[in-house]
Design a protein around this ligand. Sequence first.
Ligand code: FES
Ligand SMILES: [Fe+2]
Length: 430
Amino acid sequence: MTSDHKDEMLIDLESGSFRAEIFSSREIYERELENVFSKCWLFLGHETQLPNELDFLNTYMAEDPVILVRQEDGTFRAFLNQCRHRGMQVNQYDFGNSPVFACPYHGWTYGADGALINVPMEDSAFPKCFDKGKLGLREVPRLEIYKGLIFGNWDGDAESLTDYLGEAAYYIDALFDRSPAGVEVIGGIHKWTIDSNWKLGAEQFASDMYHVALTHGGVVEAMTPEDVPVDRRGFAANPGKQYSALKGGHGSGFYLSDGDDAIIASILGPRVGEYYNTTLRDQATRRLDRVRGELMGSQHMTVFPNFSFLAGINTVRVWHPRGPDAMEVWSFVVVPKDAPQEVKDDYRRGVERTFSPAGTFEQDDAENWLIIQNTLKGYQASKSMLNLQMGLGMASGGDPTFPGTVGSCYSEEAARGFYAEWQRLINENQ
Ligand code: FES
Ligand SMILES: [Fe+2]
C-alpha cells in the first residue's frame, strides 16, 4: 500500500487539532481496515438475537460479511460469509435457523460448524487430491462474550475481550447489566446508509454532548411537555456534568440526573418514565450501585472502534464502514427482559420516533454528517486542520467513582482518547 501519510501526525493531541482528511482519504481508510478493523474486538450480535441452537445472524466486521451461528451445544461461532469455491455469499438471509448453508451458485454446502459437507459431483468431477476437510468456511478466530454482547476478532493473538474493554465495562454495565432479569433485543435491526465517514458517528457517541443543545434543540423543545419548568427543559438544562475518556479509545458521557430523569419520559413516553423511576432505577441501584442506578441518566457510549449505545433511551448501534465516505448504520433496541409488554412497546416506538432512520434526532445528526462529508470533496477543505481543543488539559483521572479521565460533559477528552487509540493503531507496521 502506498503511504502518503506515513509518519505524518494526523491527530495532534498536544495542540488539539487533526487533519480533516481522516474522514475522506482512501489511503487512510485502507489502513483502518487492516490495522483497526482486523485487530480490534468488533461487535457481532447480542445473545438474545440468537436464542435457539442453529439460529444464525448475518452481520459484518467492517466490510466483511460474517455469519454468526449458535451451535448445537449453545456456544457461538462466526464465519466469513464467502464460499471457498468462487467466493459467493453462502447465506443471504438476514437471520434465521438452519443446520446448513448451501451456496446458491454451484451448491457447495456447509454445516453450522463451517465444515464443507457436500459438493455436487464431487466423485465424478474432482481430482483425488480434492479435500473437503480443508475447505470449510474461514472462521473468525476469536469470539468472546461480555454480558450478552458477542464480539469477534480477526487477530488470533489479541488480548482477551475483558482486558480490551477494561475501564469501559463499568459504563457498559449501566445498560447491559442493570436489571436482574437481563436485557433483550426486541424487534429487528434498522439498517441504513449515510454518505459519511464512520468515525463521525463513533466519535460523537463517545464524546459529543456539546452538539445536543443546538443540533437537537428544536426536537427537545417540541417533545418536552408544556408543564415542565423552563429550568428543566431540554438537555441544556444539565450543564457541566460528567464524561469519561477510557483507556483503549472507548468513551462515554452522561448527565448526572437528580434521580428523576425527565429526558427519558420526554423521549420514550410517560409509561417508560414511570417504569424507570419506580422500578428500573431501584433495580440498578441494588444490582450495580447508586451512581449507575440513580444518577447516570441519558448516557452515551462508544466501545472502540464502532459499537455505540445510548443507555436510558436504549438505542444500540454499529457504524459499519463502507469506504472512506459512507457508513451503514445498524440499530436496534434493548429492554429489560422482565418489563411489562406495554413498556417494551413504548421503548420500541419511542426509539423509532427519535433514533431510527426516520427519527427526529437521527435526522438531525445525519444532516450534519452528510454536509461535513460533502464539504470534504473540496481539495482545500480536505486539507484543513480541524479543532479538537474543548476541555484540553481540564480533565483529571483518579476519580474514585468514575473510571477513566473525568470532567465536564462539555469536553472533547473522550474524542481525543478515541483518536489517540485510532492513531496508535493505524501507525502500526507502517
Ligand atoms: S461459488 Fe459457491 S459453490 Fe461455487
Ligand atoms: Fe446527536
